[in-house]
Design a protein around this ligand. Structure first.
Ligand code: PGA
Length: 253
């Protein structure tokens, strides 16, 4: 069975002290994860090592980076390479979040390079896709997301796609309190899985964890995660509150 994942995306929030308190509170809340379940913490770069230290040895709890560079190394001031993330023991990296696509002008071609570098360095990408409100209103979301997947992932081989992680995050639902209905999430997740099946076959598509993101909170997580093609969530705002995120983890299948 594919992995069920609760991934926190802290974005640019919290001081180190607040971050450590949050993780300690979560650990103390005795969340138990099944063999098939994972919790990921997408923390700001300066906190990767201290938070990783708190999580090391805890079963199925891992730190993830929020981004990596599209370049291998060199004169790119302020950037962090996939190789660096590997060298400090990371296993995951979020790639292509809509905020980075929007504010940092990340293109599909650039994201394909990041995915390649991540995989070269044994980092599993959490690859984000999702449409803006105008696209949804024009009922073009299926084609739009398909193109995002084709442009950044379809060059990969089937073996690289096994157990991959994709996060579907409709931009109109991020940080807005406006969640996609569980039916809308299921419909898009099934579409994503069929797009991946068309390229890689059903077995590989069935091994991919597809997370929903956009205003997931304790109150709606179980309903959304309950859908057959929803394998957990990528969570922003609610992941900054220990009790909320603990409840979201508990809502995993
Ligand atoms: P949100 O953010 O949960 O605050 O809507 C989700 C995300 O951007 O990953």
């Amino acid at each position: 069975m594919r992995k069920q994942i609760a991934a926190a995306n802290w974005k640019m929030n919290l001081s180190l002290q607040q971050a450590e308190e949050l993780i300690k509170a979560l650990i103390e809340s005795n969340i138990t994860l099944g063999e098939n379940q994972l919790a990921l913490f997408g923390v700001p770069f300066p906190y990767i090592l201290p938070i990783k230290q708190l999580l090391d040895g805890k079963q199925n709890l891992f730190v993830t980076a929020q981004n990596c560079s599209a370049n291998a190394n060199g004169a790119f001031t302020g950037e962090t390479s996939a190789e660096m993330l590997q060298s400090i023991g990371l296993k995951y990296v979020i790639i292509g979040h809509s905020e980075r696509r929007e504010y940092n002008y990340e293109t599909s071609a650039e994201l394909a390079k990041k995915v390649n570098l991540a995989l070269d360095h044994k980092l599993q990408p959490v690859f984000c896709c999702g449409e803006a409100l105008t696209v949804r209103e024009a009922d073009e979301q299926n084609e739009y997301v398909k193109v995002q997947l084709m442009e950044s992932l379809f060059h990969l081989e089937a073996g690289q796609m096994k157990n991959f992680i994709i996060a579907y995050e409709p931009i109109w639902a991020i940080g807005t309190g406006k969640t996609a209905s569980s039916e809308q999430a299921q419909e898009m997740h099934a579409h994503i899985r069929s797009v991946m099946a068309s390229q890689y076959g059903k077995d590989i598509a069935d091994s991919i964890s597809i997370l929903y993101g956009g205003s997931v909170k304790a109150a709606n997580a179980a309903e959304i995660f309950g859908k057959p093609d929803v394998d957990g969530g990528l969570v922003g705002g609610a992941s900054l509150v220990a009790t909320e995120f603990a409840a979201i983890i508990k809502a995993l299948k």
